[in-house]
Design a protein around this ligand. Structure first.
Ligand code: NAP
Length: 248
């Protein structure tokens, strides 16, 4: 139990696996109330049930972040059920890497819709509530790819760079409402992210790399917990971390 996290209402998109799920588990163990969003509703419902069995409070809401109305419904459900929203973790993401010359136009659109527009929809959904509360914390998931680009990662890196830029603009705009903003840029972690890659040869390469050097999703959860648990007058704006073995 953490005094600065206990009782906070935390909404997480992409809570059905990977770092969203790990963050939900850790924050629940620290006393937060969780509102879980993802498309695979059976997964987030099972997670909510598990957290409740352990004495936590959690709600699961089927959410596709590419639909603004669904993201708004997720956040509005948090406020309706628990009276407020203290933290929004805009985390849902996909990473269908491939060289641009393969012309995977649908993958490009999906990355823009989920990684970029999904984050904007999350911001739009919480801002009115947080402005009214005169408090809140918006955490966006970027990536090392928001700092570096490589062959095959151009569109993904573009969306993650955009998340960093939007987070910095947001930081400056919401100061007067007492809203904190954090952008987290993780390196390789062992999650299901490679499943979103549609080119089999690329997926195999990414899986090998992640299996070799990726760190646990709990690493990300610890960073989220660190940012939230700071005193209210401390705003952790950016965190970039990598596995010790990761070069780029
Ligand atoms: N793993 C890494 O090495 C790494 C490194 C840097 C950054 N990241 C970032 O970390 C975030 C989480 O990824 P992860 O590594 O935890 O991968 P993951 O295990 O594949 O989790 C991705 C999550 O995003 C959700 N999602 C995907 N499309 C969605 C949509 N349209 N609407 C709602 N939710 C959607 C998935 O839920 P459903 O499929 O159930 O909807 C899932 O919960 C992403 O933003 C990713 O870019 C990961």
């Amino acid at each position: 139990m953490s005094m600065s996290i206990a009782g906070k209402v935390v909404v997480i998109t992409g809570a059905s696996s990977g770092v969203g799920e790990a963050s939900a588990r850790l924050l629940s163990s620290q006393g937060a109330t969780l509102v879980l969003g993802a498309r695979r509703v059976e997964r987030i419902q099972a997670l909510a049930d598990e957290l409740a069995e352990k004495g936590g409070k959690a709600l699961a809401i089927a959410t596709d972040v590419t639909e603004y109305a669904q993201v708004k419904h997720l956040v509005d459900s948090a406020v309706k059920t628990y009276g407020r929203v203290d933290v929004m973790l805009n985390n849902a993401g996909v990473m269908p890497h491939s060289l641009l010359e393969r012309l995977k136009v649908e993958d490009w659109e999906r990355m823009i819709d989920v990684n970029l527009k999904g984050v904007l929809y999350g911001i739009a959904a919480v801002l009115p509530h947080m402005k009214e509360q005169k408090s809140g914390h918006i955490i966006n998931t970027s990536s090392v790819a928001g700092h570096k680009v490589r062959p095959g990662s151009a569109v993904y890196a573009a969306t993650k760079t955009a998340v960093r830029v939007i987070s910095e603009g947001l930081r400056q705009e919401v100061k007067s409402y007492n809203i904190r903003t954090t952008v987290i840029s993780p390196g390789a972690m062992k999650t299901e992210l490679a499943d979103s890659i549609t080119e089999p040869d690329v997926a195999e390469g990414v899986r090998k790399f992640t299996d070799m050097i990726g760190v646990s999703a709990d690493t990300f959860a610890n960073v989220v917990s660190f940012a939230i648990s700071q005193p209210q007058d401390v705003d952790i704006n950016e965190i970039l971390f990598r596995p010790t073995k990761q070069e780029l």
